[in-house]
Design a protein around this ligand. Structure first.
Ligand SMILES: [Zn+2]
Length: 301
């Protein structure tokens, strides 16, 4: 049994092949010029890989940016950065053409499912997963499954309001969590004050991490991260919160965020642990593989 998987992001498309033990046999990235961030070209880029490997997979799993109607495998929102992608009938188009089951879900949901079955949240039935990048994405995992909401848009933690009269968010509203807690906000602030563009990785180099400007900006950013997590703890009372995305793999951030969060919680919330994601940039593909395998179990053409 093999499953071909994709992870469609705003800036990159990754793909891979997973076997019956959920081992990734190989993985790669589709060159940007093949899809140029346009929805119709994204579909064509996926199809070219599906054609290339046809006959070598039993199911297709797609983890993708945007709000996804999970039941129908259709893109229903949140893809302003990928023109023409809205409305794409990923499941129908691929099931009709390739005659294998197709599972499609939002990328953070897929990351959460990946972490739940193969990573940092293995064995945990109630947890939250957040990813910090250019924005903040979220996945609500409850009672052993993703909670997707009435219109497949639950868990968009990046747009909960944490600052009244605050900054303008990319969504056009004011004071959203991601306008303060996204990784990009931190790297932009550091770059501005340091007078040169700096990536997250550079900031955490030993020669930079103790720079007073960086220490100060890191502290401010971690305060923002913890503030949002505090709200989520009071809403969901989770045992575990998994943080993913670029620099969340830094142990220092996880340590500080745990400390800042505990300082704001009371007794019945204090058992929560904030941990880093384990599957790194393959979490979405593993989650999509899991969903595709579930579909395969009940598949009849
Ligand atoms: Zn927003």
């Amino acid at each position: 049994m093999k499953i071909i998987v994709f992870d469609v992001g705003g800036t990159a498309i990754k793909f891979g092949m997973v076997d019956e033990n959920f081992e990734m046999i190989f993985s790669g990235e589709i060159p940007t010029q093949e899809f140029e961030h346009k929805g119709n070209m994204v579909m064509a880029a996926l199809e070219s890989r599906l054609d290339e490997f046809r006959g070598r997979y039993d199911a297709i799993g797609v983890s993708t940016a945007g709000q996804i109607d999970y039941a129908n495998g259709r893109v229903v929102g949140g893809v302003a950065n990928i023109p023409n992608y809205y409305g794409s009938e990923i499941r129908k188009v691929f099931e009709d053409k390739y005659e294998v089951p197709v599972a499609v879900d939002n990328d953070v949901n897929c990351a959460g499912i990946g972490e739940a079955h193969f990573g940092a949240a293995k064995g945990c039935d109630d947890f939250l997963c957040l990813t910090y990048g250019t924005g903040v994405g979220g996945c609500i995992y409850m009672n052993g499954d993703v909670y997707r909401g009435s219109r497949f848009a639950a868990g968009e933690f990046g747009h909960m309001a944490t600052h009244k009269d605050g900054r303008m968010c990319t969504c056009g509203r004011i004071g959203c969590y991601e306008a303060y807690a996204a990784c990009r906000v931190f790297t932009d602030a550091v770059s501005k004050r340091m007078g040169r563009p700096m990536t997250g990785r550079e900031i955490f180099e030993p020669e930079n991490i103790n720079n007073p400007i960086i220490v100060e900006e890191l502290d401010k950013w971690e305060d923002e991260i913890a503030l949002g997590l505090r709200n989520l703890c009071y809403m969901f009372n989770p045992t575990l919160i998994v943080l993913g995305g670029g620099i969340m793999s830094e142990d220092l951030i996880i340590k500080h965020v745990n400390e800042k969060l505990y300082a704001q919680l009371e007794e019945n919330y204090l058992h929560v642990k904030v941990v880093k994601a384990q599957l790194r940039n393959k979490a979405g593909m593993f989650g999509a593989a899991y969903l595709a395998n579930e579909k395969l179990k009940t598949w009849s053409k």
